[in-house]
Design a protein around this ligand. Structure first.
Ligand SMILES: [Zn+2]
Ligand SMILES: [Zn+2]
Length: 432
């Protein structure tokens, strides 16, 4: 297929809050590893608000699902020794793109830290146009893209992948993997390993016990209550809700396989966001019963009080911070217990952290910060997407994450509403 001519695209103009739908050239294959997609894209606020230190006009959007309409010359059946999609991807295949490029071939990609690929670049910046256009160019596409068409027709959950709506698949491009990552980063952290391995520190880690002389010889046996996990989620925007759903799913698995008891507080000061979380939890709790689980959706002050009551003022084992500002970090620090962990996926803009070194010392607190390695999270996120089609499968319902799908003509208005918190997640269909 030869692509030529002009397409419609949502463009952001500096310095901030200026969205226009304009005609721009259809992207072309530039490098032999490129692919061109035609599809849908999600809304995003960081650029819109002018927070990203960008000063040139750009095509917005970093969350893409679509159909492959053109492939560079490096895609052919004999592309051996490269990521599999270079030899298998075909025109017409349904694919999801993470919000950054990941080549699949460098050290960071090979070890799963794909968001820090040496070729990493965010979609929706002046040098890499985003997906809020009819077509988008994907560099290093054989490593970057996740092909839905390449998956077996029925999944382990017996869901028919070909039936998944694009508006559901789009959640795989950023927000669901980021939620999964926030939860997994907390549960896999060494600070939580005594509870999961039933061994006191320092025997609890992944270095063989034989290499840590004397480990375990002095420690008292862990009691059942030592293994109870208390976690908080700070921020219930779309990513925070994905983090909560992912965390509850993983904790339910740990309860059934490892006998872990758990309690979770989901905190947001905004009532409409709490209502959304409550509606979603109602659906989860109907299907997944648990003898130990406690789950509370709370305002900030109620959240502090509940965690204090639940833990005798000890605090949370881990806090998932999904906001990205100093007050959210301050709250996370307040809620976390000594030797606890803050798993932060919020995009922080402020120049300074709201802590002194002394405060961190006094709590032995660990921080894990940063961007989600979406490409590495895809299979896990897809599993949760399939399990929770009751939440992620539809649009506009009380317990759905995506509020509506709009055409590009509604872009300016939609950005304004999203920015003011007057609507939830919006998807753009440039073909509508
Ligand atoms: Zn790479
Ligand atoms: Zn996003």
């Amino acid at each position: 297929m030869v692509l030529s001519g002009m397409q419609r695209a949502v463009r952001w103009h500096p310095p901030a809050y200026d969205i226009r739908v304009e005609d721009v050239p259809i992207p072309q294959i530039v490098e032999p590893d490129d692919a061109i997609l035609a599809g849908l894209c999600g809304s995003d606020l960081h650029i819109y608000r002018g927070h990203e230190d960008v000063h040139d006009v750009l095509v917005c959007g970093h969350e893409m699902v679509g159909e492959v309409v053109a492939l560079g010359s490096n895609f052919h059946p004999k592309a051996a020794g490269r990521p599999p999609l270079y030899s298998t991807l075909k025109l017409g295949d349904k694919v999801v793109s993470p919000f950054t490029i990941s080549c699949g071939e460098c050290h960071f990609c090979r070890i799963g830290f794909t968001c820090r690929c040496v070729h990493s670049c965010l979609f929706g910046i002046p040098t890499l146009p985003g997906g809020q256009a009819q077509y988008a160019r994907i560099p290093k596409a054989g490593g970057t893209l996740f092909s839905i068409s390449a998956l077996p027709i029925s999944s382990p959950n017996n869901a028919d992948l070909s039936q998944l709506a694009d508006c559901s698949l789009l959640l795989l491009a950023d927000i669901l993997p980021t939620g999964v990552f926030a939860a997994l980063q907390a549960l896999q952290h060494p600070k939580l390993s005594p509870m999961l391995t039933r061994s006191a520190y320092p025997s609890s880690g992944f270095i063989p016990e034989s290499l840590i002389v004397g480990a375990g010889s002095e420690s008292a046996a862990l009691q059942h209550k030592d293994r109870q996990l208390t976690l908080a989620i700070v921020g219930l925007g779309p990513v925070g809700v994905c983090a909560a759903v992912s965390l509850l799913d993983m904790l339910a698995g740990l309860e059934s396989k490892e006998g872990i008891n758990y309690r979770v507080v989901a905190i947001d000061p905004v009532e409409s966001r709490r209502k959304k979380m409550e509606a979603i939890y109602t659906i989860i709790s109907k299907k997944e019963t648990s003898s130990s689980r406690k789950f509370s959706v709370s305002s900030i002050e109620d959240g502090k009080r509940i965690i204090g009551d639940w833990t005798d003022d000890v605090g949370c084992n881990a806090v998932l911070e999904v906001v990205g500002n100093p007050s959210a970090l301050t709250l996370a620090y307040e809620l976390v217990r000594p030797f606890g962990l803050i798993s932060s996926v919020g995009v922080h803009q402020e120049p300074a952290m709201p802590f002194t070194g002394r405060e961190l010392y006094d709590k032995n607190v660990s921080f894990d910060f940063g961007r989600c390695p979406v490409r590495a999270m895809f299979p896990t996120a897809l599993d949760i997407l399939l399990k929770r089609q009751d939440i992620f499968g539809d649009v506009g319902g009380e317990a759905n994450l995506v509020e509506k799908v709009v055409g590009l003509d509604e872009a300016a208005e939609s950005y304004e509403l999203f920015d003011k918190g007057k609507c939830g997640k919006i998807l753009f269909n440039p073909w509508k």
